[in-house]
Write a protein that binds this ligand. Structure first.
Ligand code: F6P
Length: 323
């Protein structure tokens, strides 16, 4: 390999800049050329690229978002769009593409490799933590801490007013942020798509909480929860417990921003380095992940298809500790 292209795509995640920095500096260390591609695959189609060296990534390790900007490219879903992207890669001499993002990003990378034979390497960057082949994705730890801090603040006001709060956290179809932020903030219940929840079980938990003398409660709800939307769940609870003073808080995109945590910066640095080293060793169409604290390469196809399981012990722990 001689020339790398690197892009960030899909929903941004804190730590993407740290990963970009690691890619660019490791590439320079090994004498490889590197192009940064702006706005995900759109930049590849529109030839919106910049030559990057160690100084182009100064002062970004601590910054949220992504200096390359990100997008979910519609045009890259078309063959014509990918053809333009390939033509630009060829003209620039890009032989390997490092794609930092989530499963949509990896899907694009896989199709691009299959059609045009460009080497691709994924780096998992998403707050959702829903990628197989890595214990954690870049951005997840920061998002988790943001959610935890926000819920702590909600707890203060919930306690002062003897209120029940339903708090929605992000995660798309996955409940990792919900389960872990719920445990960290002492939620009385946590509703996640990976478990079949019922309104009866939720009510039973409220009844137990009332009997135990609890005067304020927090229920963390994953945005992908299948029982229903958070407002409907709150409404059903009000019908079942008219005496409850209920509020809903949707945390939303604050979970995607902010300075990356130490864990995310280190993870991003290791994965960015691992991506370059992997490509140099001949890895292709794989994702660089971290499994049991070691760099591991997983075929992109598997990373997209398989899913990390929710830890059953964590579910049990959340129930035992809630009341
Ligand atoms: O994948 C990251 C994520 O923040 C999900 O948690 C959420 O469902 C989605 O992206 C929101 O996407 P958008 O930025 O398009 O609102």
């Amino acid at each position: 390999i001689k020339t790398i292209g690197v892009l960030t795509s899909g929903g941004d995640a804190p730590g993407m800049n740290a990963a970009l920095r690691a890619v660019v500096r490791t590439a320079a260390y090994f004498g490889l050329d590197c192009f940064g591609i702006r706005e995900g695959y759109n930049g590849l189609i529109q030839n919106d690229v910049l030559k990057m060296g160690p100084r182009s990534v100064k002062n970004i390790i601590h910054r949220g978002g992504t200096i390359l900007k990100s997008a979910r490219s519609e045009e890259f879903r078309t063959k014509a769009g990918r053809q333009k992207a390939y033509d630009n890669c060829k003209a620039l001499g890009i032989d390997s593409l490092i794609c930092i993002g989530g499963d949509g990003t990896f899907h694009g990378a896989k199709v691009f490799y299959e059609e045009f034979g460009i080497r691709v390497m994924g780096i998992p960057g998403t707050i959702d933590n829903d990628i197989f082949g890595t214990d954690q994705t870049i951005g997840y730890d920061t998002a988790l801490n943001t959610a935890m801090e926000a819920i702590d603040k909600i707890r203060d006001t919930a306690t002062s007013h003897n209120r029940v709060f339903f708090v929605e956290v992000m995660g798309r179809d996955a409940g990792f942020i919900a389960l872990n932020s719920g445990i960290a903030t002492g939620a009385i219940d946590i509703l996640i798509p990976e478990r079949k929840d019922s309104i009866e079980d939720l009510f039973a938990t409220f009844e137990k909480a009332e009997k135990a003398g609890k005067t304020a409660s927090i229920v963390v709800v994953a945005e992908g929860e299948e029982l229903g939307n958070i407002y409907d769940i709150a409404k059903a609870t009000k019908n079942g417990f008219p005496e409850f003073d209920i509020r809903v808080a949707v945390l939303g995109h604050i979970q995607r921003g902010g300075s990356p945590s130490c864990a995310d910066r280190v993870l991003a640095s290791r994965l960015g380095y691992g991506a370059i080293v992997g490509l140099m060793k001949g890895e292709n169409a794989v994702m660089t992940g971290m499994i049991s604290n070691k760099i591991a390469y997983t075929p992109i196809e598997e990373a997209i298809k398989k899913h990390n399981e929710i830890d059953k012990d964590l579910l049990k722990i959340s129930e035992i500790l809630a009341l």
